[in-house]
Design a protein around this ligand. Structure first.
Ligand SMILES: Cc1cc2nc3c(=O)[nH]c(=O)nc-3n(C[C@H](O)[C@H](O)[C@H](O)COP(=O)(O)OP(=O)(O)OC[C@H]3O[C@@H](n4cnc5c(N)ncnc54)[C@H](O)[C@@H]3O)c2cc1C
Length: 506
């Protein structure tokens, strides 16, 4: 029988970095991963990250400038003190990753090569293997975490419910593993389950990212914030693959323009993501296909494309497109969730003993529109903070010191969203929304929201979108085009019983 102080749900960057941080501070950690092997980052968004990690490490840059860009992108909902803290910590995070052996791309003089992405005022994206940044960062972090003697990983195991003691403190997890249902108890539970892109018909996320951790937190009594704030990436490769391979913003940063099929230029390719995504969407609604087009521009970009962007190049070639000779078809796709479980600066949710980190959490960094390459950064900075807090004796329950396994045929494994529900959500809560569409979809989703985790999250997202009677950042209401007062929306399980009326965000 194993023993553990901390149980981490999810083996993406946030989960593994939290586990490593806790283990290095003397705690024993159990990590749950639905994948057969946690080392390769399978089923995580983290391993798919292309552009890299934002940090003010270049000449003429500073955390203050990085912070200002983050706050500007967040469209009034970013918490400036959180942005200041996380952007200030970024250079240290890069140093930590180098210590772990991350091999970032360097120029001929040995300095870190820094990429440029949309709405960043400086070249500040640290990247690896061209567009293989997430895979390299995960390789380095996973190697250190999985070899740590105080970390145990349970693969092929999916959490289905947070266990609460009579006082309402989280003391473990019900899960489904290879041998069936099981119960795992621990002194603290950390949800690190990633995003929700898989709830939408078109997404760049692993299809298993459909908000399972939000449902776990909600059913335990935690509040969620800004569920309606979903970032759509402007340039997913539009070749009929699900999930859609990403064509990194760094390709636009390197000089490839976005064009309509009639050859006319579309939008500032390095504008804010929401603006560019809507421009691409508008063009396709007007009957155009939209392309990223390297064919007419820089010969140097064409010559170096395969080495600078090997992941994108491989995705294009697999789809029968030579990106240096043919324009790359793109369309927007659900990419990142700004909303999430409300956490304090240490990652505590409203439920004692329950923590959240990474994309599933809402720290206040991303506001209404995440700045590119700020999420790997957030995952690493916040993982360190969660570990610091958990290492304090009062922040984990010390009377539970063992992982206990028992047959608990309790909650069935949640089912992923159906194709029908994914389309329903995307049609109602895609790049453009209106009250009638949101209400219609929420009514249809509600039927099974009580026992279906994906439907629960989708229903509450639709309700949150109804609450936000304004257009801000990634949230665009055709019936409420104006920006009003910056406020968060909050929903919880009790909202399921409320009538579907619009009310101002509170
Ligand atoms: C294609 C793509 C490119 C991106 N590029 C960048 C980039 O360049 N820079 C950047 O900063 N961000 C980027 N992002 C965003 C970034 O990758 C994610 O926000 C970040 O990796 C989230 O990390 P995470 O650990 O929170 O979640 P994930 O990495 O998604 O990991 C979540 C883990 O939780 C597991 N899990 C889920 N539910 C359960 C459950 N019930 N029980 C047990 N385990 C569960 C999953 O299987 C997975 O292991 C990109 C995202 C995508 C999809």
């Amino acid at each position: 029988m194993a023993s553990a102080d901390v149980l981490v749900v999810g083996a993406g960057l946030a989960g593994l970095a939290t586990a490593l941080g806790c283990a290095r501070r003397g705690l024993t950690v159990t990590v749950l991963s639905p994948a057969p092997d946690a080392a390769g980052g399978q089923g995580t968004a983290s391993a798919l990250a292309q552009g890299g990690l934002a940090a003010a490490v270049g000449c003429g840059d500073s955390p203050a400038l990085h912070c200002a860009d983050t706050v500007a992108a967040g469209a009034g909902l970013t918490h400036p003190e959180i942005a200041e803290w996380i952007t200030s910590a970024a250079p240290g995070v890069v140093a930590d990753l180098l210590d772990l052996g991350a091999r970032f791309d360097r120029d001929a003089g040995g300095a870190l090569r820094l990429g440029l992405e949309g709405a960043h005022g400086r070249h500040r994206i640290v990247h690896a293997r061209g567009d293989g940044s997430g895979a390299e960062i995960m390789r380095a972090v996973a190697a250190a975490t999985l070899s740590h003697p105080r970390v145990t990983v349970w693969t092929r195991t999916r959490a289905t419910r947070v266990r609460l003691d009579p006082a309402g403190t989280a003391v473990g997890i019900d899960a489904i593993g290879p041998a069936g249902a099981l119960t795992i108890e621990a002194g603290a539970v950390v949800l690190a389950t990633g995003g929700i892109g898989g709830l939408f018909a078109h997404t760049t996320n692993p299809l298993t990212s459909w908000g399972s951790g939000l449902a776990l937190g909600l059913r335990a009594g935690a509040r969620v914030r800004d569920l309606e704030l979903v970032q759509f990436h402007p340039s997913a490769l539009d070749v009929g693959i699900d999930p859609m391979p990403l064509v990194s913003e760094a390709v636009r940063g390197a000089g490839a323009p976005l064009v309509r099929d009639d050859g006319t230029l579309l939008a500032d390719p390095l504008g804010a993501r929401d603006v560019v995504a809507r421009a691409v969407w508008d063009a396709s609604r007007a009957g155009h296909r939209v392309y990223l087009d390297l064919t007419g521009g820089s010969a140097e970009l064409r010559a170096t494309f395969a080495t600078r962007f090997p992941t994108v190049n491989a995705s294009c070639l697999a789809a029968g497109i030579d990106p240096t000779a043919q324009p790359i078809p793109v369309r927007p796709a659900a990419h990142y969730h700004m909303g999430g479980l409300v956490v304090d600066v240490d990652g505590r949710t409203d439920v004692p003993g329950l923590w959240a980190v990474g994309e599933v959490a809402s720290t206040g960094l991303h506001g209404a529109n995440r700045l590119a390459s700020n999420s790997l950064l957030e995952a690493l900075v916040c993982a360190g903070r969660v570990a610091d807090a958990l290492a304090l004796p009062h922040d984990h329950v010390d009377h539970v010191d063992q992982v206990r396994v028992a047959g608990m045929p309790d909650r069935p494994a949640p089912t992923p969203p159906t194709a029908h529900d994914r389309l329903l959500l995307e049609n109602a809560a895609g790049l453009y929304r209106d009250g009638a569409g949101l209400r219609h979809a929420a009514e249809r989703m509600r039927v099974r929201a009580e026992d279906d985790d994906a439907r629960l999250v989708a229903t509450l997202l639709l309700r949150a979108a109804l609450q936000r009677t304004e257009s801000r950042g990634a949230h665009r209401r055709l019936d409420h085009p104006a920006v009003t007062v910056p406020r968060h929306t909050y929903v919880d399980l009790t909202d399921l019983d409320q009538p579907l009326t619009e009310r101002s965000a509170s």
